[in-house]
Structures are given as structure tokens and as C-alpha cells.
Ligand binder design. Structure first.
Ligand SMILES: [Zn+2]
Length: 75
């Protein structure tokens, strides 16, 4: 039985819609941030990595860099 280890924990910081490059359509997104934590019984205790963030498409569930929100829709 594994009672401790490390894993990424993500949380949603923002929501909206964006032109998904993969769906080729306007889709809802979640702006998510996360860090890798040491966990004990799956309770995150100690952060062991830098903050990372991504944009997750609600349509295809692909993760994109946050710069996808500022790219031109004309691309
Ligand atoms: Zn998509």
C-alpha cells in the first residue's frame, strides 16, 4: 500500500471560451495551474516543483500553453 509519494495537483484559476486550434472551433477552456507535491495519503503537503500552468480545452481535452489565449484567431 502506497501512503506517500509525489504527483501533480492542478486547480482551475479561470474559465472562458477560446478558439481551439485542434477543434477548429470556439470551445470552453479551463486555465489550470499546478505543482508537484509530496503527498501522504493523497493529501498534498510539500510543493517540490515550480508552478506550471496550461489551458485545457473542454471539447478535445487537449492541453495548450497559455499563449494559445493570446494568439490571433486569424492564424
Ligand atoms: Zn479543442
Amino acid at each position: 500500500m502506497i501512503i506517500f509519494g509525489s504527483r501533480y495537483y492542478f486547480w482551475t484559476t479561470n474559465r472562458g471560451t477560446f478558439p481551439c486550434p485542434k477543434c477548429q472551433a470556439i470551445e470552453p477552456y479551463r486555465h489550470r495551474k499546478g505543482r508537484r507535491f509530496i503527498h501522504v495519503f493523497y493529501i498534498p503537503l510539500i510543493p517540490i516543483s515550480a508552478l506550471t500552468e496550461h489551458i485545457k480545452c473542454g471539447g478535445c481535452r487537449t492541453r495548450f500553453k497559455t499563449s494559445v489565449l493570446t494568439q490571433s484567431t486569424m492564424a
